[in-house]
Design a protein around this ligand. Structure first.
Ligand code: TXA
Ligand code: MG
Length: 358
C-alpha cells in the first residue's frame, strides 16, 4: 500500500483533502490525523474491521482499547450507557480539548474497538483538521496515537510516516501538534472521578469542576520511581512504552549537583566506549562537557518541554546513542504528565543526587 500524504497545514483548511480522507474512513480505511495532543491513527469506530486494521498497523496488543474521537456532545450520548452528570460538566469545561472520559458503553461501539471492555474512552479533540474530518466523514473516529506500538507518540507527520508508511492509506499533515503529550484520561464509571493517565488537564483543574478527584493507584510511583504494586486500570498504562533504544536514566536533585553528576557519568561511559546522549534545557545545555547534548526546551516554559519530549527521544534513536542521561522535570502544572512519560521511557530508573555527592 502506498501511504498518501495530504498537506492540510495551511489556512483556509483544504476541504478537498478532508473530503477525500473522510471517504477513506467511510470505506473502512485508515487515516492518520493531527490532534492538539499527538497524531492519531483513525478508523471508523463503529467498524470492527477498521479497528482490527488499526491494531495490525501499529502492532498493538488487541486488549489495549482505542479512544473514540467525536465532534459533538450528543455523539457521546449516542454511545454511552448510564452517562453520569459529571460528563456534561467536564465537557463544558474542557471540550474540545485534551481530556478523555471513560464511560459505560452501549452496543454502538463494538468490542473490537474497546479491547473487549464494556466501557469506552471518548474525547473531542481541539484541532480544526480533526474536527473537520469527524464532521465531514460523519464517522466517530477510533484513534490511538499514530506510532508503532512501543515507540514515542508522533508529534509531527514525519514521525507518523517513519512508523506507518506503507501500512495505512493516508496521513493528513497538519504541522506540529500543540501540546505534545497524550490527553488526560479520567474514569467516570466509579463514584469518584479517577485519573487513569495524567496529561495537560491536571488534578487541580479537574477538582475545580467536579470536586473530589482520585489518581489510579496503579500509576502512582514513589520518589524512588517504583510502583505501588497496584495494576493500572487503563490497559495501555501497563505496557512498557516509549522506550528509546538507548538506556535512559533520570538524574534528579539540585541543579548544580545534577549537572556535575551527569558530566561525571557521561565521561565514565564514554571512556568505556559508549555513545552518550544528554537531555538538557536551554538554561543548562552549555554546562555539559561531554556527550551529545539535545535541548528539550526552556525550564521556564514547561509547555516547551512537553512539546519536544517525544521528538527528542526519537532523535536519540536516530543518533544511535547507547546511554542517555536526562534532567528531571517536576514542573508546576504539567510536571506529573511529563515525568509519567519520561519515567516510562527510563523504565523508572531515577538517581536522586544530594549536595554531598559533589
Ligand atoms: O491524546 C490522546 O489521547 C491521543 C490522541 C490521538 O487523541 N490518543 C492516544 O491513544 O493517546 P492511545 O491509544 O495511545 O492511548 C489510549 C489509552 C490507552 O492507555 C488505553 O489503554 C486507554 O487509553 N483506554 C482506552 N479505552 C479505555 C477504557 N475503556 N478503559 C480504560 N482505559 C482505556
Ligand atoms: Mg499511544
Amino acid at each position: 500500500m502506498i501511504t498518501r500524504i495530504m498537506d492540510v497545514s495551511t489556512e483556509p483548511l483544504d476541504m478537498k483533502c478532508i473530503k477525500e480522507a473522510g471517504k477513506i474512513l467511510i470505506d473502512g480505511g485508515l487515516v492518520a490525523f493531527p490532534t492538539e495532543t499527538v497524531y492519531g491513527l483513525g478508523g471508523d469506530a463503529t467498524d470492527k474491521e477498521a479497528s482490527k486494521k488499526i491494531y495490525a498497523a501499529k502492532g498493538r496488543p488487541s486488549d489495549n482499547p482505542l479512544i473514540v474521537h467525536i465532534a459533538e456532545f450528543k455523539q457521546l450520548e449516542s454511545i454511552a450507557k448510564d452517562l453520569p452528570d459529571t460528563a456534561a460538566k467536564l465537557a463544558n469545561a474542557f471540550w474540545p480539548g485534551p481530556l478523555t472520559m471513560v464511560v459505560n458503553k452501549n452496543d454502538v461501539i463494538p468490542y473490537e474497538t474497546t479491547g473487549g471492555l464494556d466501557t469506552v474512552a471518548v474525547r473531542m479533540p481541539n484541532n480544526p483538521v480533526a474536527l473537520a474530518l469527524i464532521k465531514e466523514s460523519g464517522c466517530m473516529i477510533a484513534a490511538p496515537s499514530a506510532n508503532t506500538s512501543g515507540r514515542p507518540s508522533p508529534t509531527k507527520a514525519s514521525h507518523v510516516y517513519e512508523d506507518l508508511s506503507g501500512k495505512i492509506d493516508a496521513i493528513l499533515d497538519g504541522g506540529e501538534v500543540d501540546i505534545g503529550l497524550e490527553s488526560t484520561i479520567v474514569d467516570l464509571t466509579e463514584d469518584v472521578v479517577t485519573i487513569l493517565r495524567p496529561g495537560y488537564i491536571n488534578m487541580e483543574m479537574l477538582k475545580q469542576v467536579v470536586g473530589e478527584v482520585r489518581i489510579d493507584p496503579g500509576i502512582v510511583y514513589n520518589d524512588k520511581g517504583t510502583s505501588s504494586g497496584a495494576r493500572p486500570k487503563a490497559p495501555g498504562m501497563r505496557y512498557k512504552h516509549y522506550a528509546p533504544k538507548g538506556d535512559l536514566t533520570i538524574i534528579s536533585g539540585a541543579e548544580d549537583v545534577v549537572i556535575s553528576t551527569i558530566n561525571h557519568k557521561a565521561r565514565e561511559a564514554i571512556k568505556n566506549g559508549s555513545k552518550v546522549g544528554i537531555i538538557a534545557t536551554s538554561e543548562t545545555a552549555n554546562r555539559y562537557t561531554d556527550g551529545q547534548v539535545l535541548i528539550i526546551g526552556d525550564r521556564s516554559d514547561e509547555g516547551s518541554i512537553a512539546h519536544n519530549l517525544y521528538d527528542i527521544l526519537r532523535q536519540f534513536d536516530e543518533l544511535n546513542v547507547d546511554i542517555i542521561f536526562s534532567e528531571s522535570f517536576a514542573t508546576p502544572n504539567m510536571g506529573q504528565a511529563i515525568m509519567n512519560r519520561l519515567l516510562k521511557a527510563a523504565g523508572q530508573k531515577v538517581i536522586e543526587v544530594q549536595e554531598n555527592m559533589l
